[in-house]
Design a binder for this molecule. Structure first.
Ligand code: SAM
Length: 299
C-alpha cells in the first residue's frame, strides 16, 4: 500500500496533516462550531479525553490564536494517555489554578473507549464514559454553559438523552460531515446548563446506577424524550466516506505530509518494530509438513 493511499481514502486524515492538526477529529469540532457557534464568548474550557490534542489545538487557535487575541482564555485538557503539550500554552494544572474558583463556559468530551467490535459492549462503555463526563461537567460548568460530547447512537440511546435533558433544556444530536456515515458516532450539543433546583454535584453519580430494566424505546408521549437530530446533508464539505483524487484542487500539485504529532507510546509500537525487523514469531513447520506443501511434480 503506497504512502498516499490513505490520503486518497480519507480526505480529512490528509487535510489534518496538511493543516497541522494532530488528528482528523479537529474538523468535527470545527464543524460543530460552524453550526452551533459554541465558542462565542467562551473564556474557560475543559477538554475531556483530549489526547492526542487536536480539539485543544482548535480551542487554542479559535480562542487564543490569530483569530482571537484574548489573553485571559484558559483551556484545561485531560486524558488517560500522555499528551504532548500544545506549544506556548501552560500545563493543565497551572490553568486550573488560573480558573480562580470560576466555572467553565464550555466542556467538551471526545472520549471513546478502545472499541472491541462487540457493539453492545462498545455502546455500554461509551455511555458510561459520557455519563462520567456529564458528572464531571456538573461540577465545573457554569449555569447557562454548554457541554458537547461524543455519543454512540445505539439502541438504548434514549436513556442517555433523558439523562442529559435533566440538566440541559436544549439537547441536539449532531453528525458532522467529517464523521463517517458508517460510524454510529455522533455528538450531543447540550446548551444552557440548568441543573434541577437543589441539585448538588456528587462524585458518586446517581446516573450510573446501572438499572437498565425499563425498555426506554417502548415509552411514548411525554415520557419519551425525543432529541432533534441534525445531520450535514448538504454538499458544503468533503464527504468523509468518499475516496478523492490526490489532486484535490485542479492544478494544485499533491505533496505527502507526515502526521502532525505521532502517538507518544502507542500499543502497536512493539508489533511494528518486530514486523519491520522480521522478529515476529512464526509457526513451526515440521519437515513432514514442509514436504507436503512442496510443489508436487505431476507426470
Ligand atoms: N479529541 C481528541 C483529539 O482531537 O485529539 C481525540 C480523542 S480520542 C478519539 C479519545 C480519547 O479518549 C483517547 O485519547 C483516550 O485515551 C481517551 N479516553 C478513553 N477513556 C478515557 C477515560 N476513562 N478517561 C480519560 N480519557 C479517556
Amino acid at each position: 500500500m503506497g504512502r498516499s493511499s490513505k490520503d486518497k481514502r480519507d480526505v480529512y486524515y490528509r487535510l489534518a496533516k496538511e493543516e497541522g492538526w494532530r488528528a482528523r477529529s479537529a474538523f468535527k469540532l470545527l464543524q460543530i462550531n460552524d453550526d452551533f457557534n459554541i465558542f462565542e464568548g467562551v473564556k474557560r474550557v475543559v477538554d475531556l479525553c483530549a489526547a492526542p490534542g487536536s480539539w485543544s489545538q482548535v480551542l487554542s487557535k479559535k480562542l487564543r490564536g490569530q483569530e482571537n487575541k484574548e489573553a485571559d482564555v484558559k483551556i484545561v485538557a485531560v486524558d488517560l494517555q500522555a499528551m504532548a503539550p500544545i506549544p506556548g500554552k501552560s500545563t493543565a494544572e497551572e490553568i486550573i489554578g488560573h480558573f480562580e474558583g470560576q466555572h467553565a463556559d464550555l466542556v467538551i468530551c471526545d472520549g471513546a473507549p478502545d472499541v472491541t467490535g462487540l457493539h453492545d459492549i462498545d455502546e455500554y462503555i461509551q455511555a458510561q464514559l459520557l455519563l462520567a463526563a456529564l458528572n464531571i461537567t456538573t461540577h465545573v460548568l457554569k449555569h447557562g454553559g454548554t457541554f458537547v460530547a461524543k455519543i454512540f447512537r445505539g439502541k438504548d440511546v434514549t436513556l442517555l438523552y433523558s439523562q442529559l435533558k435533566i440538566f440541559f433544556p436544549l439537547v441536539t444530536v449532531y453528525k458532522p460531515r467529517s464523521s463517517r456515515n458508517s460510524s454510529i458516532e455522533a455528538f450531543v450539543v447540550c446548551q444552557n446548563y440548568s441543573p434541577p433546583p437543589g441539585y448538588i454535584p456528587n462524585m458518586s453519580n446517581p446516573l450510573l446506577d446501572h438499572h437498565y430494566d425499563v425498555d426506554f424505546n417502548s415509552l411514548e408521549g411525554p415520557n419519551r424524550v425525543i432529541v432533534p437530530f441534525l445531520a450535514c446533508g448538504d454538499l458544503s464539505g468533503f464527504d468523509s466516506d468518499k475516496t478523492y483524487p490526490l489532486e484535490l484542487v485542479k492544478g494544485q500539485e499533491y505533496s505527502y505530509h507526515e502526521p502532525t504529532q505521532l502517538p507518544i507510546n502507542p500499543p502497536y509500537k512493539e508489533a511494528c518494530y518486530l514486523r519491520k525487523n522480521d522478529l515476529l514469531a512464526k509457526p513451526k513447520v515440521s519437515a513432514e509438513d514442509k514436504d507436503k506443501s512442496a510443489p508436487q511434480q505431476v507426470n
